[in-house]
Design a protein. Sequence first.
Length: 199
Amino acid sequence: MAHARRKFYDLHQSNGSEIAAQALVIIGRLYEVERQTESMGPDERWRIRQTKAKPIMNRYRQWLTLQRQRATNGTAIAKALDYSLKRWDALARYVDDGRVAIDNNHIENRIRPVAQGRKAWLFAGSLRAGERAAAVMTLIQTAKLNGHDPYAYLKDILTRLPTHPNSRIDELLPHNWKPEVAEPADDSAPLPHLEHAAG
C-alpha cells in the first residue's frame, strides 16, 4: 500500500493531479483505521478492518476502475491507477488477516542497509568472503529484530563458541540467545563496613 500511495503522492506533487489527491484521501482513511488498531490483537484488528476498512477498500476499487476507464493509456495517472489495480489482491490481503500489516514499510526499513550496501559488497574479495559477510549481517539484523544489542550479542557468542557444544549450537542463535555475562557490579552500592582488629 505504501508503494501504491507513493505513485499518487509523486503524481500529485509533480502536477497537482486532482485524481491523485482523491486517491491520497482514500488511502489516508485506510491508514487512519490502522492507527486505531495499533494496540489491538489480530482478532480484534480483523473485526475492525472488516467493519471499517473493507467497505473503504470496496469503494476504492470501484473508484480506481472508474478512473482508469477515463484515463488515457500511457499517461502518468493511468500508470498510477494500473499499479494498484494490477496488485489489488496483494493490496487488499491485509483486510482479511489481522496479523498482516497494511504495508511492508517495517521490513523495508530493516533491509535498507542491505540495499544500500549492495554495490559495495560486490567487492567482498571472493564468493566465500561474500557468503561469510552475508551470514554475519544476517546474525546482526536478526539480533536487532529480537531486541538485542548486536555488539553485545556478537561479543558474547564469539567468546562462548570455542567451548560451546556443537549439539547445543542453536542456543546461540539470536532468537534463543540468553547472555552468559554476569551482571556488572553496582558502583553506587555502599561498601560493607570493615572492622579492623586493634593490634
